[in-house]
Design a protein around this ligand. Structure first.
Ligand SMILES: Nc1ncnc2c1ncn2[C@@H]1O[C@H](COP(=O)(O)OP(=O)(O)O)[C@@H](O)[C@H]1O
Ligand SMILES: N[C@@H](CC(=O)OP(=O)(O)O)C(=O)O
Length: 559
């Protein structure tokens, strides 16, 4: 909650200094106290003093000088809650991704950004600095074969050491805050070199160094500039996950555990919590796990739900969720509003901007998610909520998922056979492979396999697995394995599917593209089209022009 003081009917304009003094009061109770003192001391000078509530919306109180401002506010706006209790509550989560905290300069800007919302009492979630996670993984892979004596001179290790040392030096923080992590990191890489093996469990432990360091640096910086902050490792405060290393799922026990820990600490000794994104603790192994690449978004939404916060903000390096991947088509535009369903579908079908699972906790807890740009905080961003006005919505965003494997499976039996679909899907279930898009008739199925599930396996293992799937399916069907396909997902109002499809197919025909499969699914927000990988980007650009650049008559884009 935020309040503002309005001076009305003043014989002389309100003095700038008293307005500033009011704005500089650090907390709501202090502002109210100040307002109250102004109200009584300004009797006769102003005909009324108005206290205006901001950010919570609608209510504006007009308070005459004869009455106590505090009395009115407590009764009218804060209900039965005491002021201190209300002030103590954490209000929102702000998650900053790697791009937002890539250097000392960026960390300073993020600190300023957080402080520019004095009415918020945020929980901060941070990713590793810049591309640290990629470098840690690469260092681990190189360590497997480089020999113990060469570990210290691995390019990626030197880069990480240099980046983190430079950052703490530039922020004026003691190097000791990260020294033990950098030492242990080198030891770990030597261990990997010695064992000549990098297991999924070790990979997760290895990448955890990124978030463990970025959060310690940032918390130390906030404390240095006089803003009380407390660092937390997610795996120590209740982020309990499955033991699926590199792709763990959050377990239900996480929510009450987080609530208890973060609230208790906040109430007994308020300090901004700075939490490591992306990390958890396996419930059986008790080892560090990760939530899959980009998992800090999920950390943020999990905290939002656990604490029942007002809003979850994910700060990125783009002006919100865009109408398509800006790396494919730079004319992509921000999408102002999305529903949780649309955002989940968009993330699942490949928009890198959000973690595929991150909408689940937000939807369950009904906590709005705002996607904002830390490089351009004034941009309104994208607001994701349970419902939005869909009357005018046609297409919201176009998403591309590349390098997808497609299977055409035709039953060898006659029409009228039952159990065919069940048999096919039981083969995928047995092998732990999930299916993305499906189109069926009674005796044949076309489907695509979720590449993220396959990618988490070694390349050689992937090939064996595919062979094995085909072998199993061939016992009941004729199977065609089609690789190098892409899924183009049209996220929007499926109530208007005829309009979307008519336009989409006109564009694709103009571009000479043949769609190999189409699925509208049950989600009511997504129509998926399968095309060849090498035609996909051209299709996205052409579709974007047709749907989002209405003045554009040319629907054929070759590059
Ligand atoms: N539809 C989309 N909308 C916005 N960004 C997208 C989209 N598709 C892909 N991206 C990419 O996602 C990036 C932001 O996601 P990510 O790198 O995970 O951010 P962060 O590391 O800051 O959390 C953008 O820089 C952009 O290149
Ligand atoms: N550092 C992790 C987790 C994460 O969420 O990162 P980012 O917010 O920068 O996408 C990764 O790179 O996957």
């Amino acid at each position: 909650m935020e309040i503002a003081l309005q001076y009305c009917g003043a014989k002389t304009p309100c003095s700038v200094s008293s307005r500033r003094l009011f704005q500089n009061q650090p907390s709501l109770s202090q502002r109210l106290r100040f307002a109250s003192s102004v109200s009584s001391s300004s009797k006769g000078l102003y005909s009324s003093v108005k206290v205006k509530q901001l950010s919570c919306g609608s209510k504006i109180l007009s308070v005459s000088c004869e009455r106590s401002v505090v009395d009115v506010l407590e009764k009218t706006q804060l209900g039965n809650q005491s002021l201190d209790e209300n002030e103590k509550q954490l209000s929102c989560v702000m998650k900053f991704g790697g791009s937002s905290v890539a250097s000392a300069e960026r960390m300073r800007e993020v600190a300023d950004l957080i402080l520019s919302f004095p009415e918020e009492r945020p929980v901060i979630v941070l990713s590793a600095m810049g591309k640290t996670t990629n470098r840690l993984l690469l260092a681990g892979e190189k360590a497997v074969s480089c020999g113990v004596t060469n570990v210290s001179s691995l390019e990626e290790l030197s880069f990480i050491q240099e980046l983190h040392h430079r950052t703490v030096d530039e922020l004026g923080i003691d190097r000791s805050i990260i020294a033990s992590f950098l030492e242990e990191l080198e030891q770990l890489l030597k261990g990997i070199a010695m064992m000549k093996e990098l297991t999924l469990r070790t990979k997760d432990y290895l990448v955890s160094f990124g978030e463990c360091m970025s959060t310690r640096i940032f918390a130390a910086y906030l404390n240095k500039i006089g803003v009380k902050a407390r660092q937390y490792d997610a795996f120590e405060i209740g982020f309990i996950t499955t033991d699926d290393f590199t792709n763990a799922d959050i377990m239900e026990a996480t929510y009450p555990a987080l609530k208890q820990r973060l609230y208790n600490d906040w109430i007994s000794d308020p300090a901004i919590p700075i939490v490591t994104g992306f990390l958890g603790k396996g419930w059986r192994s008790c080892a560090v796990t990760t939530l899959g690449r980009g998992g800090s978004d999920l950390t943020a939404t999990t905290i939002g739900k656990a604490l029942g916060l007002r809003e979850i903000q994910v700060w990125k390096d783009v002006d919100g969720v865009l109408t398509c991947d800006p790396n494919i088509y730079p004319h992509a535009e921000p999408v102002p509003y999305l529903t949780f369903d649309e955002a989940a579908e968009l993330a699942y079908f490949g928009a890198q901007v959000l973690h595929p699972q991150s909408m689940r906790p937000a939807r369950e807890g009904d906590v709005p998610v705002r996607v904002k740009n830390s490089y351009n905080p004034k941009a309104p961003g994208t607001l994701i909520t349970r419902n939005r006005d869909m009357t005018k919505a046609v297409l919201t965003s176009i998403v591309l998922k590349r390098n997808v494997t497609m299977l055409d499976i035709a039953s060898t039996r006659m029409l009228g056979q039952f159990g065919f679909l069940a048999k096919v899907f039981s083969i995928f279930e047995d092998m732990g492979i999930s299916v993305d898009v499906v189109a069926t008739s009674e005796v044949s199925i076309s489907l695509t396999l979720d590449p993220s599930k396959l990618w988490s396996r070694e390349l050689i293992q992937q090939a064996c697995e595919l062979d094995h799937v085909v072998e199993e399916l061939e016992k009941i069907a004729v199977v065609k394995l089609l690789q190098h396909r892409s899924i183009i997902s049209l996220i929007g109002n499926v109530q208007k599917s005829s309009l979307i499809l008519e336009k989409a197919f006109r564009v694709l025909r103009t571009n000479g593209v043949n769609v190999q499969m189409i699925s509208q699914g049950a989600s009511k927000v997504n129509i998926s089209l399968i095309v060849n990988d090498d035609e996909a980007e051209q299709c996205v650009r052409a579709l974007h022009q047709a749907f989002f650049e209405s003045n554009c008559s040319e629907m054929s884009v070759k590059s």
